[in-house]
Design a protein around this ligand. Sequence first.
Ligand SMILES: *[C@@H]1O[C@H](CO)[C@@H](O)[C@H](O)[C@H]1NC(C)=O
Length: 331
Amino acid sequence: MKSPILEGGVFLVLCALIISVFGEEECVPYALKSTDVGFYQFSLDLLSGEEVSVDSLDASSIKTAKTYIVIDGFLSNLTTPMSRTVKDELIKIPESNVIVVDWGPLSGSTSYTGSMNPLEVGVLYDQVTQNVPLVGQKIADFVQALKDKKNIQFSQVHVVGFSLGAQIGAVAGLELLKRSGEKLARISALDPAGPKYKNGGPENRLDDTDAAFVDVYHTNRLGFGNDRKNIGHANFYINGGNQQPECESITAYVEKGICNHQFSWKFWNLAVVNDIKVCPCELKLFSKIACDCKDCERPPCENPIRTGLNLLITYAKYIFEIVSSVVDQVC
Ligand SMILES: *[C@@H]1O[C@H](CO)[C@@H](O)[C@H](O)[C@H]1NC(C)=O
């Protein structure tokens, strides 16, 4: 059996060479296999998960109900912390389905080794971003099958995506909209990936047209996250949106960034379980500070709203409030 890690390493060296001679576009990881994107159903009765596919849906225990689709980011798979812990919280919600997308071979998780230098990791990231549209299409196919075979409407589908997983959710949402004219209910974007997604039009990155409701949680917006402001219907700048208190003591630059970035899903998990109220702040368009929240030091502020899953309770009102330049910050 070939070692995927060795294969990945050899590929990277080759790839760096190919890029230097032919340019980036010529270097794609490898031919896609149908098994490269896996879907796993989890519930309190199915704690270790069960693979489901478009073909096996009929026989699965997936019910006509609210459906959460969890998508982790770069270097992820079924067992990486975001996939695992976000799923563990969501399965507690009664009468719902929880599906985790495992795009491991395409996310770089089988190619990555701890001995890679930052340049090599950067090359890998670039390749992985080229897989994002493909993974998004696969998810769109799967969601379409949920509708056709299980009568789950797009308006019952809530994608929770972290980093590149949020960008993948955006591709899936836009693809379904193009195919059918219908939108997914919601994309919760947990610090959506920034690198490679900072420029370009809304077609190529997450924005508020990708689902009926898009809520965005910024935790490292000037690093691994996205610095574009107000890209969702609800935009949360957690602790200012860039630097998280629990990561302050970390001195190594990359590790600190990862810690800030990952805080987005840790916050999400808290918001699934707890009723977290947040305060409005004023968007600063041309400033490094995303928003200015005068009352946040002393909650309860005026007009606090709930976040995470409880946001649905104030859904309509909240969208209405957020179309202006008012955004919300976690106190
Ligand atoms: C899942 O991803 C992690 C982190 O990238 C990696 O260490 C692990 O080997 C992967 N597991 C599988 C089964 O590929």
